[in-house]
Structures are given as C-alpha cells and as structure tokens.
Ligand binder design. Structure first.
Ligand SMILES: O=C(CO)[C@H](O)[C@H](O)COP(=O)(O)O
Length: 210
C-alpha cells in the first residue's frame, strides 16, 4: 500500500515547500487538477526536477485526445497520468498505448461513474494500471465518500491496482486501510493540518502496517 499526497490549492513554490516537509513520508506527489489549470504542466516539470526520487502524478482527468495529453504530461516528467473512467474506451486505449510507449502509468479516476462494477471490469480488461474510486469535493460537501465503491473494485478488479481518494482524513484512514487498496490518496487530510509532517508520518506508519 502506498501513500499519495494530493496538492490542489497551491502554486508551484508553495507545492515544493509543502513536499519538502513531508517528502520522506509519501510515495507519490500529485499535481492536482486546479494546479495544472493555474500553472500548466510546468508544475509537473518543476516538481519532478525538485524531487527526482518521488513519483509524480499529473491529475489531468483526461476526457479526450488522450494519447496526445499523455505524451505531453510524460514529456513534462509525470510518472502517472489520470484519465476519467467516463471517457470513451477509444480514449482509454489511446492513453494506455501512449503510456506504455513512454514507460508511464495510467490511473483511471471513477468520479461520476454510476455503475462502478461494470466499468471497473471493462477498464481492467483494457489494461489500465490503476482504478481509483473518488468522491470529489462537490459530493464530499454533502457527506459522501467512496468506501463502499472501494470494496466493489477490490472484489471485481483482477489486474489493475486499486486506489481511493476523496476527503480521507486520519479518523477515516483505518477504515480505508481495512479494504487494502494499493494506493491511498490524501489531500486536505495532510495539507489542512498544522503539523503536516507529523500527520504524513502517522498516516505512512498506519499504511505500512496494513
Ligand atoms: O482530485 C481531487 C479533487 O478532484 C483531489 O486531489 C482528491 O479528492 C484528494 O484530495 P482530498 O483528500 O482533499 O479530497
């Protein structure tokens, strides 16, 4: 099980300062969608240059022109690139094909997918690297989470790694860990804390204990 830190509400210098604090306690750093919108793929490039030993995920949430966008994110230094599960199979296949060429990985974000079980089976058969259940900010605001969806993908996915994101905090982490995802993605649960390093360290410890 790995820990990914999601950075959404920062600029590039703030993102780099934040990662300096928690670097030793995370496996992957995510350049969140709002950061890519504000700063472009330069944010991925600068993060990779600052932390060459960390895996960098570019949360592009690709919907179309997937091969091209995966290629551009790969050139910027991303190790993992996200595409939406709601995208056409043709787009998912394009992303997977380009990622293989570039020696990168594809994470499919299942946000807004209604039939998680059926779509997860289809995506698994296409050969994506990760399938991630995700409750975005708008549904977190009305009290939703993805813990039941995580159990669903754990049951049906045979090849891809499983991941979970959306409002995970220290108090809900044990429930997430119980379901044994391969990747736990935490944003505000770390960045919103006064002592980010101690929080990341504690989360890492729980995750490594399984
Ligand atoms: O992709 C995202 C929002 O669309 C976030 O990066 C993801 O939800 C993790 O952040 P948090 O733990 O703060 O919810």
């Amino acid at each position: 099980m790995e820990l990914q830190l999601a950075l959404d509400l920062v600029n590039i210098p703030e993102a780099i300062e934040l990662v300096k604090e928690v670097e030793e306690h995370i496996d992957i750093v995510e350049i969140g969608t709002p950061v890519v919108i504000n700063e472009g793929l330069k944010a991925v490039k600068e993060m990779k240059a600052a932390f060459p030993n960390l895996k960098v995920l570019a949360d592009l949430k690709i919907m179309d022109a997937a091969g091209y966008e995966v290629m551009k994110a790969s050139e910027a230094g991303a190790d993992i690139i996200t595409i939406l599960g709601a995208a056409e199979d043709m787009s998912i296949k394009g992303a997977v094909e380009e990622a293989k060429k570039q020696n990168k990985k594809i994470l499919v974000d299942m946000i807004a997918v209604k039939d998680i079980e059926t779509r997860a089976k289809e995506l698994d058969a296409i050969g994506v690297d990760y399938i991630c259940v995700h409750t975005g900010y708008d549904l977190q605001a009305v009290g939703q989470n993805s813990f039941e969806d995580l159990k669903t993908i754990k049951r049906v996915v045979k090849n891809a790694k499983t991941a979970v994101a959306g409002g995970i905090k220290m108090d809900t982490l044990p429930e997430v860990i119980k379901a044994s995802p391969d990747l736990v993605i935490v944003g505000g649960g770390i960045t919103g804390q006064d002592d980010k390093k101690a929080t990341a360290a504690k989360m890492q410890k729980l995750i490594k204990q399984g």
